[in-house]
Design a protein around this ligand. Structure first.
Ligand code: FES
Length: 76
């Protein structure tokens, strides 16, 4: 969606970690759980925190309208 800082080089295949985001604490309960594959790919991302997600792996629904995420410093 041409969001600056979210390159998403692999096109959402959970194979690049260039879509790394930090999910705002208020939204963590609504974004679902990380899969083992996502956890493995996050090992290649910089500045991983407990609220880190690969944004391509968050299943979008109406319940996520207004979702707040922040970018790691390395992606600014
Ligand atoms: S777009 Fe490549 S892991 Fe998300």
């Amino acid at each position: 969606n041409n969001v600056p800082g979210i390159d998403a080089d692999c096109g959402g295949a959970c194979a690049c970690a260039t879509c790394h985001v930090y999910v705002d604490a208020a939204w963590l309960g609504k974004t679902g759980e990380k899969t083992a594959m996502e956890e493995s790919m996050l090992d290649f991302a910089e500045g991983v925190e407990p609220n880190s997600r690969l944004s391509c792996q968050i299943k979008v629904s109406d319940a996520l309208d207004g979702l707040v995420v922040r970018l790691p410093e390395s992606q600014h």
